[in-house]
Design a protein around this ligand. Structure first.
Ligand SMILES: [Zn+2]
Length: 90
C-alpha cells in the first residue's frame, strides 16, 4: 500500500517537473524571436550605401552617417564627408 502512494507521489513530482521543463522551452522561443529582430537590425546595419563623393559602397555599420540638408548620407571617411559639405553648402 505504501508503495502505491510512493509511486503516485513520484508521478506527481514528475508531472510538475515536466510541466516546468515545457515552460522552460517556451522562453527560448521568445528569445529566438528577439534574436530574429536583432538580426533584421544587423542586416539594416550591413546595408551598403553609396558614398556620394567617391561612389564607393560602404556598409552602414562602418560608414560615417551625416545629415546634410535634411538628407542622410553615408561616407566612407571623414574626408569625404568634409568634401561633400564643401561641395554642397546648405
Ligand atoms: Zn568616400
Amino acid at each position: 500500500m505504501y508503495r502505491l502512494i510512493l509511486v503516485v507521489l513520484l508521478l506527481t513530482v514528475l508531472y510538475f517537473l515536466l510541466r516546468q521543463m515545457f515552460r522552460g522551452f517556451k522562453t527560448p522561443v521568445r528569445n529566438g524571436r528577439e534574436k530574429a529582430a536583432a538580426r533584421v537590425q544587423d542586416e539594416e546595419q550591413d546595408q551598403m550605401i553609396e558614398d556620394p563623393v567617391c561612389h564607393i559602397f560602404v556598409p552602414k555599420r562602418i560608414g560615417i552617417i551625416e545629415t546634410i540638408g535634411g538628407r542622410e548620407y553615408c561616407f566612407c571617411s571623414q574626408e569625404c564627408a568634409v568634401r561633400f559639405r564643401i561641395e554642397h553648402p546648405v
